[in-house]
Ligand binder design. Sequence first.
Ligand code: ADQ
Length: 723
Amino acid sequence: MPVQVQITEGNIEVTPSVGGLATGMMSVNQTFDSLWIGWSGVVADVNRKQVDIALKKEGCVDVQLTHEDVELYYEGFSNKTIWPLFHYFNQFVEFDEEKWQAYKRVNRKFADVIAENMEGVDKIWIHDYHLLLLPQMVKEKFPDVTIGFFLHIPFPSYELFRIIPWRTEIINGMLGADLLGFHTFDYERHFMSSVRRLLGYDININEISLPKRIVKVDNFPMGIDYDKFHETAIESQKHSIRDKSEVRKELERYSLLYPETRFILSIDRLDYTKGLINRLEAFELFLQKYPEYQEKVILVMLAVPSRIGVDQYQQMKSEVDEVVGRINGEFSTINRTPIWYFFRSLPFENLVDLYNYCEIALITPIRDGMNLVAKEYIASKTDGRGVLILSEMAGASKEMSEALIINPNDKAQIADTIKKAIDMPVEEQMERNAILQERLKRYNVGKWASDFLNSLDKVRLREQKSLAKRLTPASKNLIMKKYCQADYRVLFLDYDGTLTGFKNNPKHARPDQELYDILDNLSGNPKNKVVLISGRDKETFQEWFGNRSYTLIVEHGVWLKEAGGDWKMIEPIDDSWKDGIRSSLEFYVDRTPGSFIEEKSFSLVWHYRKSDPELGLNRAIELKDELTSLVANMNLEILEGNKVVEIKNRGINKGKAALKVLQEKPTDQIIAVGDDWTDEFLFSELPNEAITIKVGMSQTIAGYKVENFEEVRGFLKQLACEQ
Ligand code: ADQ
C-alpha cells in the first residue's frame, strides 16, 4: 500500500510508504480517481473499523488477512514457492498443497474486495507475484473491465517454470489480464514461451490469441522518482552535519581522520536473491588481491530486515553475520574495520545522503527483477561523480550499460572491477553518469506508469473495436432477413478451423455426420450454392466431398469442381519447380522432429503443428528466409498459414477463385467464412456488400467475428432452417 499503518497503544497512525512501487503509483493515484486495494499489514484483532476509516481517507481499502493467511499465503506460497522459483533458487522451492490452497483462497479474497468496490470502475491494475491468479478471477466476473498486470520480479525460463505442479493454473490466471507487463524483454519472452508450450495458443509478435480475446504482452522497465532523489540530495547537502544520520556522521568523521579512504556502498533488503554473500566474498578477495587498499577501502553494507518469518531469511541473516565477522576478523586493525554492517531500514533523507556520499555502489544480485537501488544511487549524485558496479542479473543492467557490469558469480571479476572503479578517472565517471542520469530522468516512474496505462487504453480501444465485430444475435437476424429475401446466394466456406477443429495430423480432421448434415441441408436448397474453399489437396476433398452437391475449390484456388462435374484447373499453371524446392524442405523435416511435407499438385507445404512450438516457429522463420532468396526469380510465393509454410505459384488465391465462381450468375447474397489469413484474400476480393465472417479473435478485414467452428456450425444450422 502507499501508506503504512502503525498501531501503538490503541492509536492508529498512517504514514506514507517509501520505496519504488509506492512512490511510483502515488503519481498515478493523483492523476486518476482511483482506489488502492491491498493488504495493510494489520492482522491483529484490533479495531478494524478504525483501520478502515483511516485507510479510506488515503484512498485505500484493506483486504483482511488472518494469521493463517499470512503464514500460508504470504510467507508460504508467495515467498516459499513463487519467489524462489521465479528467481531460479529452485533448491528453496516448496510444493505444498495447503499453501497453494491458501494462495487461491487469498487471491479470491482480493477478487471479492474488488467486486465490492466495482462501481464506476473501468480499469484495474494488478501488481506482482502475490496475485497471479487474480486477473482471471476478476475477468470471469467482470468481462468488460480492462485489466492490466505487472510482474515486478523475473519470469523464469520455461524449463524452470514447468516444474511447478500448478503451472497451468498460474499461466491461465495471468492471462485473465488484457495487458501483461514485465521489466525486461527476457522475462516477456520466457512468459511467451511458457504460454506456447503449456497452452499452445498462437502468438503474433507480442499478442496472444486466446479463444475469446487477445492478450497483449510488453516490457515496461520501471523507473524511479528521479527528481525526488536528486532534489533531496541537493537539499541534504545544505544541512549541517549535526542533522545527518549517525552512519553519515561516522563516515564524515572517518574521512577527516583518513582522507584517502574510499567508501563502497551496498544496500538491499536482506534476501538470498540479492547476492550478499558473494558480494562479501568478492570484497574479501579484493582485499587479498590488492593489499595496498586494505586500509583505504570500507564497505558500508546496509541490509533491510525482510520476511523474517521465512526460514531461509533467518539462516541468511546468520550467514551474513558470520561472513562479515570473519572478514572483519581477518582484516581489521586497531583503528580500522573494513566492513561496516547495519541491519536496519533508514529514513528516506538519510538513504539519499548515503547514496550521495559514497564513491562506489556495489550491487550484485544473483537475480533481481529490476533493482531500484542502482537507479536511486545514480539519481542521488549531484556532482556527477560516483561509480556503479551492477550485476548483469538485475533487470536494471539492461538499461544501465554505462555502469560497470559484472557477473555476480565471478568473484575475481568483481574484485578487479572494484579496483577499476577506484581507479576510474573523474571525467570518465562524469561522462558515464551524465548518460545514465539523462535516461533515468526521462524514463522516470511517472513515465513508466503512464506508458503502461496508455498501452492499457489502446488495448481497451482495440478490444472495443473487436467486440463491435462480434456476430451478435441482432446482426444474425439482419443477415437472416436478407438471406430470406435473396433468390440466389453463394456461401464460401473454408474447411480447417472454420467448419472443423484442427488436428495434429490434417488427415484426421475428417468431416463428421453433423457437418455433412448441415452442408447437405444448405446445398439442398436450390437457392443456395455452397462452395467449400480450402488449401487442402484435391485427392482429400475428392474422397470426403467428391459425391456431394457442393462446389469445391482446393489448393487455395488452383482446382475447381462443380457438383457432379470433374476437377478443372482455374488457370493453367506449371509445377516443374517442385523438385528443387522439395529437397530444401526435406532438409527442414530432418532437423525439425514432428514436421512433415504435404505435397499438392501445385504447392508444397511444410507442416510443423506437431513439432516443439518454439523450434517449429524458429525453423519456419529460417525456412521463409531461405525460400525468399531461392524463389526470388521464380513465379512463386510463400504463404504462412496456421503452423504451416506453403510454397505455391504466384497469383493464385482464394479471392481470385471466388470471383471466378461469382462470374457465372448474378448473386443476391454472398456469405464467406474463414479463419486463416489466407481467407483474408477471399474477404478482400469479394464485393463490399458480401457478409464476411472471421473465426477467431485475431485482426481481420472481415465484417464480423465468431469465436470458433462450433459457432459457425450453429449459424449455418440456423441458415439451413430458412428457405
Ligand atoms: P525489491 O526486491 O524490494 O523490489 P529494489 O528494487 O532494489 O528491490 O527496491 C528496494 C527499495 O527499498 C528501494 O526503493 C530502496 O530505496 C529501499 N531501501 C533499500 N534499502 C533501504 C534501507 N536501508 N532503508 C530504507 N529503504 C531502503 C522488487 C523486485 C525488484 C524491483 C522492484 C520494483 O525484487 O527487482 O526492482 O520490486 O519493481
